[in-house]
Design a binder for this molecule. Structure first.
Ligand SMILES: Nc1ncnc2c1ncn2[C@@H]1O[C@H](COP(=O)(O)OP(=O)(O)O)[C@@H](O)[C@H]1O
Ligand SMILES: [Mg+2]
Length: 362
């Protein structure tokens, strides 16, 4: 168990590639933090720096109050799992899982007890005596995870451990990992580019892009109050809709003008806006209200695509040259049919149209 503190970490490869850019992040002891961001944003490099497999160009790594920056990986007592399962060849499943315990000279009967316990958790008891080369990627990753969790290091570092696994096993393992982390009360850092994985697993999400930490908050907070348009789009399925707009005073009220449609926002005080009038307005697809009959003050649009996802459907609504996505309960909609939509005022988010940062105008 340990708290991890990364202080102003920078990593430059070959004097030109800035993989991690001034990252400061505190992972609480026993916390489950997810590093989330697109491919190439510096997640793996950050994990390798924590594990000691890479040294930072600048900045310090602390475990609790101890400066670990120059400590060798084997002396850090962390366990890391990579995207593609690394199985030790020539050993059966049992021997693979037992390996870290045998390497630490644990007694044989104690080893057996621990391996059987962890095999049960990962539901691979029946595989224990099998050779590994016949197994599929999902089973192999279960073995790697079992080998990792058979031991209690200071922390677990998991780098996209479920990406190469089939979807059914992925869901199964997600649940097992979440339960295991909370039962063990161990610090875990979980890297993924899949926002739904972060939202379901983590206590806190660190959203990264281009080596920088953009937001570090609870899943609820990154979903509800993204700090900029990137986070709003990256989190959510699908991401937030955005439109350029202006906010002006009309008849003593605030009027949102998104060029193709206009909307009064009675609860926003124009006085709070200062000089600025041009913004980007954002709304999540699940917050767009849709009607299949004409309603007063709702905006008419054309449904150009209906995309089922699970129990819901994403409607692509065309208005002028824009497309707005609305996520609604499952319904049959004919492509080309007219629909009407409305934005509930309280669900709107505003962003600076130059910096793309969130602005508070409520
Ligand atoms: N050993 C390396 N040498 C040179 N560039 C690297 C090396 N490792 C990573 N990079 C670069 O650093 C950036 C971040 O990579 P990485 O940390 O692997 O991102 P992620 O895990 O988020 O996909 C990328 O541009 C990648 O090409
Ligand atoms: Mg990576």
């Amino acid at each position: 168990m340990a708290r991890v503190f990364l202080e102003n970490i920078r990593k430059v490869f070959d004097n030109k590639v800035i993989a991690v850019d001034d990252l400061t992040l505190e992972v609480p002891d026993k916390g489950l933090v997810s590093l989330l961001g697109p491919s190439g944003c510096g997640k793996t490099t950050t994990m390798r720096i924590i594990a000691g497999l890479e040294s930072p160009t600048r900045g310090r790594v602390f475990f609790d109050e101890n400066d670990m920056t120059d400590v060798l990986p084997e002396a850090r007592d962390v366990a890391m799992v990579f995207q593609f399962p690394v199985i030790y060849p020539g050993m059966n499943v049992y021997e693979n899982i037992a390996f870290p315990l045998i390497a630490r000279k644990m007694r044989k009967n104690e080893v057996r007890k621990k391996v059987e316990e962890v095999a049960k958790i990962f539901e691979i008891t029946e595989l224990l005596e099998k050779k590994t080369h016949t197994l599929d990627a999902g089973s192999k990753q279960k073995i790697v995870l079992a080998r990792t969790f058979v031991r209690r290091p200071k922390m677990y570092l998991l780098d996209e451990p479920l990406t190469a696994v089939d979807p059914r096993t992925r869901l199964e393992l997600r649940t097992i990992l979440k339960r295991l982390q909370s039962d063990l009360g161990q610090t875990m850092i979980y890297v993924t580019h899949d926002q739904s994985e972060s939202l379901t697993l983590a206590d806190k999400i660190a959203v990264m892009n281009e080596g920088k930490l953009l937001q570090y908050d609870s899943p609820e907070e990154v979903y509800r109050n993204p700090v900029n348009t990137f986070v709003g789009y990256f989190i959510g399925n699908p991401g937030m809709n955005y439109m350029n707009c202006s906010l002006n005073e009309e008849q003593g009220k605030c009027l949102l003008d998104a060029h193709d449609f206009r909307h009064f926002l009675p609860h926003i005080s124009i006085k709070n806006l200062g000089e600025k009038r041009s913004f980007i307005v954002g709304i999540r697809p699940e917050n767009v209200e849709v009607s299949f009959e004409s309603q007063k003050d709702w905006v008419p649009a054309e449904c150009i695509l209906s995309e089922p996802i699970g129990s819901r459907v994403v409607l692509h609504l065309k208005i002028g040259d824009k497309v707005i996505k609305a996520k609604v309960p499952h319904i049959e909609v004919e492509v080309g049919s007219p629909v009407w939509f409305r934005f509930p005022e309280e669900a709107l988010k505003f962003f600076d149209n130059e910096t793309l940062e969130a602005v508070k105008i409520w």
